[in-house]
Write a protein that binds this ligand. Structure first.
Ligand SMILES: Cc1cc2nc3c(=O)[nH]c(=O)nc-3n(C[C@H](O)[C@H](O)[C@H](O)COP(=O)(O)OP(=O)(O)OC[C@H]3O[C@@H](n4cnc5c(N)ncnc54)[C@H](O)[C@@H]3O)c2cc1C
Length: 445
């Protein structure tokens, strides 16, 4: 990685200081609820990311009084750290894997909902006028082997029939039209995908929630949640709040206050780097159509141009559980220059990471705790690394469930939220698996 002594890279998300108007994204300002934390409210939501805020907005617009609590700042979790790539996030098992688990109709319903999420997200942002640099330029997904190229085509054809997926196969001879790289053996363009500015999307969502009367308090860590006769008591240490309904929306940041849920999500570190601004001609060569990118390797890099088109923002899995920017910045830079050798001498400006929540069946989970001290509390989490749309959608669904609205149902209601014996929430086994995957990718296996 080229060293930049004059302006070393910053260890924080590019999104926090690089809005399109160059205004800092001040997370503190988002928690502008005034007054004391109330002793009583209709609904308490734990976690002020896309899930929590989307739920809060729905509940407040339905007339409920809502308090959102976050142990750090609104959006401090994944919701201002992500890559901002949007797509249908089809289930990792694919149509055939899902059929084996859920049957023909169940699999089709899950896939349809994935496409509905993307359509809804774009409409929601448009309808609400959220200014977050939403771009519907499509995604190029590169095939790292010729076999993967054929598989991409077969899967996409099945999804075209089922959910009207709009795609185009791009043979290697034509891929320079989409990506300035000879790394791939062709690829596919998903025309309905795109990207946005995650920080501005969070800011827009928080603004709508505040306008609707939601009160957001941060830092305010929930230490305990207990079911009572009338609902729940939410304990914040020195004070507590009584409420009728509670929603836990903590995703990859689910902490020991929620042991049942912590045993069911696997926090995986995902990391990103942003390059220094690049010459306009070079950016045009790397991303001629301002699309976002991914590929078929196991470590699944994801990358995109910055909203102003001046930088490459490049992400992937971090190989350590802890936040070690020196390590992942160097790893990501190496991978980026393998795909784009043109960037070998390029310095980076930012490096950051966050923890996404995987689940043992690769599916998000939304529902209500059936037993234990928090029985009756709702939860929504486990978006498996694709949560811009999913968190917004399932947060809303959770709110509709609280409201008793039948629209709150989802095909995922049928799934059991499983854990594994001896798993307590710390995935000690992950670094070894990820290193193994990285080695297999390196040798094209
Ligand atoms: C590096 C990275 C890149 C990603 N890239 C993409 C992408 O390109 N596209 C995509 O679709 N998805 C992406 N994702 C995933 C996506 O960002 C998440 O799925 C989504 O933001 C989850 O939102 P959330 O509201 O559920 O959780 P979060 O935004 O993580 O919010 C959870 C909140 O809960 C709070 N909390 C935890 N415990 C407590 C407690 N006890 N009391 C109070 N508050 C608590 C935390 O402080 C946190 O703010 C990425 C994620 C990461 C980390």
């Amino acid at each position: 990685m080229a060293k930049n002594d004059e302006e070393p890279w910053r260890h924080h998300p590019y999104w926090w200081d690089a809005g399109p108007d160059n205004q800092p994204l001040n997370l503190d300002l988002l928690a502008k609820s005034v007054g004391e934390i109330p002793a009583q409210t209709d609904c308490v939501i734990v976690g002020a990311g896309y899930s929590g805020l989307s739920a809060a907005l729905t509940l407040a617009r339905a007339g409920r009084s809502v308090v959102v609590l976050d142990s750090s700042q609104p959006g401090y979790g994944c919701s201002t750290r992500n890559g901002g790539l949007i797509g249908p996030s089809f289930h990792k098992l694919g149509l055939s894997g899902l059929r084996a688990k859920l049957g023909e109709a169940g699999a089709a319903a899950v896939m349809r909902e994935s496409m509905d999420i993307l359509i809804w997200l774009k409409q929601f942002i448009g309808r609400e006028g959220i200014d977050c640099c939403l771009t519907e330029s499509g995604r190029f997904r590169g095939a790292v082997t010729a076999k993967h190229y054929d598989e991409l085509g077969e899967q996409a054809e099945g999804l075209r029939k089922l959910v009207d997926l709009q795609f185009e196969m791009v043979p290697q001879s034509a891929q320079l039209k989409h990506i300035g790289s000879a790394y791939y053996r062709g690829g596919i363009v998903y025309h309905q995908d795109g990207h946005l500015h995650p920080g501005l999307y969070l800011k827009g969502l928080a603004g709508l929630a505040l306008e609707a009367g939601v009160r957001i308090f941060a830092p305010a860590r929930v230490e305990r949640l207990e079911a009572t006769k009338e609902g729940f008591r939410v304990n914040l240490g020195t004070i507590s709040i009584d409420c009728g309904d509670a929603l836990i929306a903590t995703n990859g940041y689910t902490d020991p206050a929620f042991p049942y849920l912590r045993r069911r999500v696997i926090p995986i570190r995902s990391a990103l780097i942003a390059t220094q601004p690049l010459p306009a001609g070079l950016m045009q060569e790397l991303s001629p159509q301002r699309q976002c990118f991914g590929d078929t390797s196991r470590l699944m890099p994801y990358y995109r141009p910055s909203p102003d088109g001046s930088r490459m923002i490049f992400g992937g899995r971090a190989l350590n559980l802890a936040d070690r920017p020196q390590n992942y910045a160097a790893d990501l830079h190496r991978l980026m220059t393998r795909i784009f050798p043109q960037l070998r001498g390029t310095s980076i400006s930012h490096a950051w990471s966050g923890t996404v929540a995987y689940t043992f069946d690769h599916a998000p989970h939304i529902g209500r705790l059936a037993e234990g001290p928090m029985a009756g509390a709702y939860y929504s989490m486990g978006y498996c690394g694709s949560g811009v749309g999913r968190a917004s959608w399932f947060g809303r669904k959770a709110a509709l469930k609280i409201l008793g609205d039948a629209e709150g149902s989802t095909p995922l209601d049928e799934l059991t939220f499983a854990t594994r014996p001896l798993y307590s929430g710390r995935p000690w086994f992950l670094p070894a698996i990820l290193r193994w995957h990285s080695l297999l990718d390196r040798f094209g296996l």
